[in-house]
Ligand binder design. Sequence first.
Ligand SMILES: [Zn+2]
Length: 88
Amino acid sequence: MINGVVQRTFGYGVCADCGVAVQRFLLDRQVHACDPKRYAAHQARKLHWRRAGFEDAFAGWLGTRAGRFAQFYARRLLAAGQPGDEMA
Ligand SMILES: [Zn+2]
């Protein structure tokens, strides 16, 4: 999980640098090239959320009952199999 985003769902992952959904095989082979405009926008957005205290608030929420259940449910979904794996 990167910044609260589950990776590798449905055969896609999220580029940590630009935030775009990229097919997993491209991420694994590190052949994805970030669009410079998208990269700059994503980095600026990350800084905005960091300054706004989002990460602290999210980490606090993960410790609540709802947050713990959300983590449990997400792990259960991933353990049950990832749709799209058969296409990789
Ligand atoms: Zn990228």
